[in-house]
Design a protein around this ligand. Structure first.
Ligand SMILES: O=C[C@H](O)[C@H](O)[C@H](O)COP(=O)(O)O
Length: 231
């Protein structure tokens, strides 16, 4: 079975959690894309839900699928968000932002009563950090912000290059107009400590550590689905 088949299986399991009239957050990435596709099929068959997207890409996909979309301004509380992840550990702590959507994803997850992660089981790690941690920063003062991040990260036991993400010949720009530093730490010994110290660096808009946000996960692997937390 391909990784894409596994992602779809995880998405299909999460779809079972959706009930009529729910307020949903829709994630971003190749796994969340399956969820939006499957949700669209249910909506076209008569299911009523209202959704908020975590990126312009997901917004466009959802609208094309016929899903009713709104904003967190009109609907500031959501019942359930279903989203992918780049890594998750045994405590449902995540690294997100491989697709650059971490800021909106975190805002939407924080506005949701539940956040369910869907992924293939290759995303499960013992210690976060193998996947480079995306850190969204404002372009102004990038050099100074990068140095400050390196210093606070070292104090939290994290060392490694902070690479400006590129899209071809130019820096990758997020939906919010910011840029991303991908931090190749290898391992993050204390994710909550790093998360809080990064949040205090001027110029850092958000980082891809999601701590205490995911309430459950569905991981699809060759031997079936593994569920973590309370679905
Ligand atoms: O910014 C992107 C998101 O955090 C994605 O949810 C994450 O990168 C996982 O994406 P995928 O399902 O494509 O592996």
């Amino acid at each position: 079975m391909s990784a894409d088949d596994l992602k779809r299986q995880a998405a299909a399991r999460a779809l079972e959690l959706v009930e009529p009239r729910m307020r949903l957050g829709l994630g971003t990435g190749s796994t969340a894309k399956h969820f939006v596709e499957l949700l669209g099929e249910r909506v076209r068959a008569g299911l009523e839900v209202t959704c908020v997207a975590t990126s312009e890409a997901t917004q466009a996909q959802a609208l094309a699928a016929g899903i009713a979309m709104t904003t967190l301004d009109a609907m500031p509380e959501l019942d359930l968000t279903v989203d992918g992840a780049d890594e998750l550990d045994g405590e449902l702590r995540l690294i997100k932002g491989g697709g650059g959507a971490l800021l909106r994803e975190k805002i939407v997850a924080a506005a949701s009563g539940r956040m369910v992660v869907i992924a293939d089981d290759s995303k499960r790690v013992a210690t976060l950090g193998r996947f480079p941690l995306p850190i969204e920063v404002v372009p102004f003062g990038l050099g100074a912000t990068r140095l400050a991040i390196a210093r606070v990260a070292a104090a939290a036991g994290c060392h490694g290059p902070l690479d400006l993400r590129r899209s071809g010949d130019t820096p990758f720009v997020t939906d919010g107009g910011h840029v991303i530093l991908d931090a190749s730490f290898g391992r993050i010994p204390d994710p909550p400590a790093l998360a809080s110290t990064l949040a205090g660096v001027p110029g850092v808009v958000e980082h891809g550590l999601f701590i205490g946000l995911a309430t459950a996960a569905v991981l699809a692997g060759a031997s079936g689905l593994i569920e973590m937390g309370k679905l």
